[in-house]
Design a protein around this ligand. Structure first.
Ligand code: GUN
Length: 293
């Protein structure tokens, strides 16, 4: 069994991006610039955005943080998006989700110029991704593809079962794994909370991507020998042994499933560390205007 070390791969890619930024700057090119819009004081969102800004500094990007209070009006936020769309110094930007209830997330996402949508949430990017055109792929699916690629995991002709049908993981993951590409070329089955034969599907899977958000859902009797398991779950469950009082728990019962696997991602330290790095890669692409010429 090979434990997929997302932390090490993310560190390696971070180094590669930083080296490329040095070359861009030495050649007199523009420093890639990511802007992040944060609304309110949700602890999780503040932590994520701070980590994104810090990683920008570490790889040599310019970053800007625009922070609004919870009571910001939707029109103000739309005006901010419009300003960022038109700011030629900003290569890409994100609006951290979730937003307060009085603001339509979809309206905000659709207002972003898809050429600057480094989160890959705009319908144009989602559509381009699903038909295999150059686009910004959202961070978690992009990170998973990169792990599969860097570990040389064979996907061609394999049966890939995606557990979960969310817009930001399950659906794009299924589209990418069926794509005529490498990684890709899989026969894909998507299972979700209403699926009736989920266990049988999992038992026939060569690759399982678990993104249900149900802690320790996937058990040993649901997988075959030699399966590749990618665990996207990150549920905080009470755990007395940690300082915070919480333990980050994946969708896979790791101790019993891992002995049957050829490859498996741990939680934490698997998919998680790849997500911010994927955002950095998208920002680098945005800086190079590599998506839509
Ligand atoms: N909230 C949780 N994950 C994300 C993400 O990847 N992008 C944005 N914009 N908000 C998030």
């Amino acid at each position: 069994m090979v434990l997929i070390d997302g932390k090490a791969v993310a560190a390696q890619i971070k180094k590669e991006i930083a080296e490329e930024v040095v070359l861009i700057k030495e050649a007199g090119g523009k420093t890639p610039h990511l802007a992040a819009v944060l609304v309110g004081h949700d602890g999780g969102s503040e932590t994520y955005v701070a980590a994104k800004v810090r990683t920008c500094e570490e790889v040599g990007f310019k970053s800007s943080l625009i922070h609004y209070e919870d009571d910001v009006k939707e029109e103000e936020l739309l005006a901010c998006v419009e300003r960022l769309n038109n700011d030629t110094d900003v290569d890409g930007f994100i609006v951290q989700l979730p937003l307060p209830k009085h603001i339509s997330e979809q309206k905000i996402i659709e207002a972003i110029d898809y050429r600057k949508d480094v989160d890959g949430f705009h319908p144009v990017n989602v559509g381009r991704m699903s038909i295999g055109l150059p686009c910004f792929v959202s961070a978690t699916p992009a990170g998973i593809l990169e792990l599969i690629k860097r570990y040389g995991i064979e996907t061609k002709g394999k049966h890939c079962v995606v557990l979960g049908r969310s817009n930001i993981v399950g659906k794009p993951m299924a589209a990418l794994m069926m794509q005529k590409a490498c990684p890709g070329d899989c026969t894909v089955t998507v299972c979700h909370s209403r699926s009736q034969n989920l266990k049988e599907m999992c038992l026939s899977a060569d690759i399982i991507i678990a993104a249900l958000g149900v802690p320790e859902f996937l058990k040993a009797d649901m997988v075959k020998e030699g399966v590749v398991v990618i665990d996207v779950g990150t549920t905080r469950v009470p755990g007395a042994s940690t300082k915070s009082g919480f333990k980050l728990t994946g969708d896979v019962k790791f101790d019993e499933v891992s002995p049957k696997c050829s490859y498996i991602t741990p939680v934490p330290g698997g998919v998680g560390p790849m997500t911010i790095i994927s955002l950095m890669r998208n920002t680098l692409l945005a800086g190079k205007k590599a998506i839509c010429k």
